[in-house]
Design a protein around this ligand. Structure first.
Ligand SMILES: Nc1ncnc2c1ncn2[C@@H]1O[C@H](COP(=O)(O)OP(=O)(O)OP(=O)(O)O)[C@@H](O)[C@H]1O
Ligand SMILES: [Mg+2]
Ligand SMILES: [Zn+2]
Length: 510
């Protein structure tokens, strides 16, 4: 009869919970019983773990083995418990000293041949275990860099179960050569050359709108005929967003860790992410979903602290567009399946691009009727557009602009510098609040703590009376005006700021 205990971590979204793994060998028919609400993947673990142990040259205890995972009430999914279960069984069997594994947290899947395999969500798992007071971790080599992102932890990385057992016993370790480079996941490939705003000619208003969006974290919509630079500009938005703070980097990396989209060798994401799903993307791909055994974050979460770009926005499914409302409102998204409900962070800057009509031909070449044109953009109307602060129209680039000297086009670096300074001003003004950008300030706080000169507000009052703007629109315009004055280095919005902000909000810029 033997007993050994160790630990792993169960993830619910990006929230980790430590799980006690206890193996008990006793009399009764030989076999392995897993208790503690294991899901189907965990049941499969039974055969995998046995094969891994035997193929590592260890004897499998021919006794009645009971492994319990607690707390039992916690849903446990996936294969990340394999290594913890295997070591607990071998500890109970006396193959390794039980006290050698007692203090560590094990996060790895096992292959039938005894190799350890990477699991998703290692960063949030380590963070959660550290919060629960644990500091020693065993992971597979491919997850080591990610686990080491957390300061002050001891990370032991092993390629096989055999290597781990040898280390515990103090045997000489022969490190097997294993080529386990996973295929890079979607979103991890880096373009060879970083795009730059200097490549965009003309479009002064749209360029300015991109800068304002980045400075105040305002949502942006660009409407214009094909080939005017909408996609070009949207793809360059990330180049002017400020780098993530350390805390934001960890937050963003944790989401991408759960999604399995982290680059292996340099797992920390330090730049604002950019997610541009195709218009055929499903609702689950956008807001998150999957099977109940594996809930994955969607684009809204992969774009957390960065930008979500919906190109050809009216072509997206109605349900998909509607599903953006909840994350836009709360900065997080709730994904539920029969067995579980999880919450993923989803605070992103929304960028929409659209043609003015379904035929996509500009000017006289357009064959669409006016109801057709109205209906097309109408797909975006209502609650979604209500949350878009900046609406700009793009016109075909003139001949003169196309031939102009490209050396005069501002680079991303120049614009990014102004964005950083504007964000600094805003964050100093908002120092005593939970918000860092103008777009986040709730309306009541905005009016109470950041009053605007009545003369500057007059234009908005008049528009309100004419029914051209709603009360919510007024708040949005004022936030925008604050960003304009932050960019200009002024202390408080003036008449010019509110007037330009109103033009941007209502889409009536020249
Ligand atoms: N303002 C611009 N400056 C420089 N090049 C441009 C500009 N606008 C368009 N182009 C050229 O046209 C190509 C298409 O531009 P882009 O994809 O941004 O157009 P779009 O407005 O998104 O059109 P569509 O509605 O068809 O998606 C670009 O790759 C670029 O070569
Ligand atoms: Mg385009
Ligand atoms: Zn048309």
């Amino acid at each position: 009869m033997g007993l050994a205990r160790t630990r792993s971590v169960a993830l619910l979204g990006v929230d980790g919970h430590t799980v006690e793994v206890e193996a008990h060998l006793g009399s009764g028919p030989a076999g392995l019983t897993l208790v503690g609400l294991p899901d189907t993947a965990l049941r499969e673990a039974r055969d995998r773990i046995r094969a891994a142990v035997v193929n590592s040259g260890e004897s499998w205890p021919e006794e009645h083995i009971t492994v319990s995972l607690s707390p039992a009430s916690l849903p446990k999914r996936g294969s990340g418990f394999d290594l913890a279960i295997a070591t607990a069984i071998l500890g109970a069997h006396g193959t390794i000293p039980a006290e050698a594994i007692h203090g560590a947290v094990f996060l790895a899947e096992l292959g039938l041949d005894g190799r350890t395999r990477p699991v998703d969500g290692v960063l949030p798992a380590v963070l959660a275990a550290v919060r629960a007071g644990h500091t020693s971790f065993v992971v597979t080599r491919g997850n080591a860099a990610e686990a080491r992102l957390v300061p002050d932890v001891e990370v032991i990385d092993v390629a096989t179960l055999g290597e781990l057992l040898a280390r515990i016993r103090g045997d000489p370790v022969t490190i097997p050569f294993i080529d386990d480079e996973p295929e890079p996941g979607p979103g991890t490939s880096r373009p060879a050359r970083r795009p730059d705003l200097s490549e965009v000619l003309g479009q002064p208003i749209a360029r300015r709108a991109v800068e304002i969006a980045a400075a105040g974290a305002h949502h942006l919509m660009m409407v214009g005929p094909p080939g005017t630079g909408k996609s070009l500009l949207a793809e360059r938005l990330p180049t002017v967003l400020p780098p993530l703070t350390r805390a934001e980097s960890i937050e963003v990396t944790a989401v991408h860790s759960v999604a399995g989209t982290l680059p292996k060798n340099e797992p920390l994401i330090t730049q604002a992410p950019f997610c541009a799903p195709h218009h055929t993307a499903t609702r689950a791909a956008i807001v998150g979903g999957g099977s109940s055994t594996r809930l994955r974050p969607g684009c809204v979460s992969l774009a957390h602290r960065g930008a979500l770009f919906l190109d050809e926005a009216p072509e997206f499914g109605r349900g998909v567009l509607d599903s953006l409302r909840q994350p836009l409102e709360s900065g997080e998204v709730i994904v539920s399946r029969s067995a579980a409900t999880v919450c993923f962070p989803a605070r992103f800057l929304l960028v929409l691009a659209a043609n003015p009509c379904p035929c996509g031909r500009s000017g006289n070449a357009c064959t669409c009727s006016s109801p057709q044109r109205r209906r097309y953009l109408g797909r975006l109307s209502g609650p979604l557009l209500d949350r878009v602060d900046l609406k700009v129209e793009l016109h075909p680039v003139s001949h003169a602009e196309l031939l102009a000297d490209r050396a005069y086009a501002e680079s991303s670096a120049t614009v990014a510098e102004r964005v950083v300074q504007a964000r600094d001003r805003a964050s100093r003004r908002l120092a005593a609040t939970p918000w860092t950008t103008n777009a986040e300030i709730p309306g009541s706080d905005l009016r109470r703590d950041h009053p605007v000169d009545p003369a500057a507000l007059r234009i908005l009052g008049a528009a309100l009376e004419r029914g051209e703007i709603s009360a919510r629109g007024v708040d949005r315009t004022i936030r925008l005006a604050w960003t304009l004055c932050d960019l200009a280095g002024r202390d408080r919005p003036g008449i010019d700021d509110t007037a330009f902000a109103f033009a941007l909000w209502s889409g009536r810029t020249p």
